[in-house]
Structures are given as structure tokens and as C-alpha cells.
Design a binder for this molecule. Sequence first.
Ligand code: UT7
Length: 336
Amino acid sequence: MSGPAAVVCGLGTWVPPYALTNEELSALVDTSDAWIRSRTGIGRRHIADAATATSDLAVEAGGRALKSARAHAGPGVDAVVVATTTPDRPCPATAPLVAARLGLGTVAAFDVAAVCTGFLYGLAAGAGLIAAGTAGRVLVIGAETFSRILDPADRAGRAIFGDGAGAVVLRAGEAAEPGALGSFDLGSDGTGSDLIAVRTGGSRQPYPAAGQAADPYFRMNGKAVFRGAVERMTASSRRVLARTGWAGQRPDLVVAHQANLRILHAVADRLGVARADCYVNLDRVGNTAAASLPLALGDAGRDGVLNAGHRVLLTAFGGGLTWGACTVTWPDIEPA
Ligand code: UT7
């Protein structure tokens, strides 16, 4: 990519305060702590209260990222990208509202819809704006109130998904600097669009659908998605690692979409990375879709396992189907 590199210079996260434990969930649907832990690795997930929308979480995380970036990049940004599967409303996008509520003025603002790969796609969009000279600083947020689109009777969905938000600030810089995003590998396969879907509420099947049973909820073919996630994240990661110039050396830390502990282990094993070097916070937050990667980066920084100079591989997979990967040498920043 020509033009300036996009350099990570701030990171902020936020989860709603209430955490629903496996034990509590077991009183609501037919499941158990033992099943959820053994099949997914998840112990609890945060759930937004009824008054909290995705933009509220995005504003919290975005404000913290801006605070974290202040020392490196000064105030303000030129663009806001919000990656989400659960926008406040189908129309308009959530990002302009978030930009206004953060006091960022009349900057460019748009949403990215790539489900669990959304944050990586958002990072790529932000990096592209910087490389093209359209923006000098971009706030990229992943934010979800995924609990809103789950069927209350869907025990698998309720076991996995949670709510939260995370954000980074990107600034224009040099490709050799710590924090500079390396090349991206992004892909999609729309032949699998039915495997993860909310079927009604769009132009194909408006809601309520005349003469049809309306299903406003998120549906997932867990088994097929599991296999796709392992294969696609592994292949995408291999492609970016081959391009990094890390000379066959492995990343210090893999921060992968927190879909399921068994998926993370399978990806680490295939990449030849020790499982201990594949960061896990899904035990505490579950699968937060587009918020998953930045939330994991924030928790990894706070846990002391992600530090300045670490070579980090990011990878994700989600509805669409979509997937991607990217590398970054971690900068000296404090997650807020
Ligand atoms: O974030 C985007 C990408 N998403 C993912 O990567 C998720 C990928 N998929 C998965 O993580 C797993 O497929 C799930 C966790 C969703 C499901 O785990 P699984 O081991 O694939 O289970 P399964 O769907 O094959 O279901 C096995 C059994 C079924 O019962 P029967 O039909 O064998 O009697 C399910 O009804 O487990 C049952 N089951 C549950 N049992 C207790 C499903 N969910 C639950 C539950 N508690 N929460």
C-alpha cells in the first residue's frame, strides 16, 4: 500500500456492568456450566440493560480510546468507523451518532457490516483512508449488543454471545514504526450467507413478512461455522504471516476472534503456535462479534501479556461468510 501507514496509537474498551454467569443462564434455558465450559470455554458474558444500545457502548469505548491516544496523537480524529452487527437502528448508520456524541464534529462516519470480522474490516477501511490521505486519524470501533438479536430459547446462542465494545485510534505514520498495521488478508464467501443470518427485517424478507412466519432472531449453523472458522482463520493467518518479513518466526501473541476455545486451540495448533500464546478472554466476555478483537487486545494489555514490541497476529471469522487477518508490532500504549 502506498501513502502513510496506519499506526495504532490508542485503545479503549467497555463492557456493560452486568455479567450473566453460566449458572444463572442454566436457570433460564436448558444448559449447564459443565456443557458450556467444555464445549466453548465460556464462563460468563456481559449483557446490556434494556436502556443501553450499541451506540452507548461504542461511545464509552471510543471515548476511552481517544483518551488513551491523547499522548500520541492529540485530540480529535478525521473519521469514525463503527463495526457492528447490531446497529441502534437499521437506518441510519450508528457511526455518525457516535461521532456526534463524542464531540468529534462533522467528521466522516460510517458503519461496517462484516459480523465477527467487522473490526478487522474496519481497521482495513481506516488504514485505507489514511493511506489515501483522506484522513490523518481514524477512530475504529467494534460494538455490539448481540444479546438483543438472540432468540431467548436459543441455548447455544445465549451460551456463546455477549455484549461489549472496543476501539482503537489509528494515526498516519511510518510502516517501520511500532503500531503500524501490516498487510491485510480479507476474504468472503457469500455462498455461506445462510449459515449465520438474521433472516427477516431486510429487503429479502421485510419484517413482519406478509404471509410468512417472521423470525427476527439471529440463527447460526454452529457445526458448519466451527469448521469454516478454523479453516479460514488458519489460511488467512498463514497468508499474512508469509508477507510480514518476520522471517519464519512465529508471532509472540495470536489475538483471534473469541468464538470458542476449541476453535482458538485448533487454529493455534494448525499454525504451530503454542496454545498459551493464543490469547483468551472469552471465559470472561464470551463471543462479542465485532467487539471481540479490540476487547481481547484491551484485556491482553491489562493482563500484561501484550506489551510493546510484541509481534501480534490478529485474525477473525464471521457471518457473510467473512474472514481476515493482519499483523502488527505492538506499540507502547496503555489500554483505557
Ligand atoms: O462468531 C462467529 C463465528 N461463530 C462461531 O465460530 C461459533 C462456532 N460454533 C460453535 O462454537 C459450536 O458449534 C457451538 C458452541 C455453537 C455448539 O457446539 P457443538 O459442540 O457444535 O454442539 P452441537 O451444535 O453439535 O450440539 C450438540 C448437542 C445438541 O444436542 P443433541 O441434538 O445432540 O441432543 C444441542 O442441542 O448440544 C446441544 N446444545 C446444548 N446443550 C446444552 C447446544 N447448545 C447447548 C447448550 N447447553 N447451551
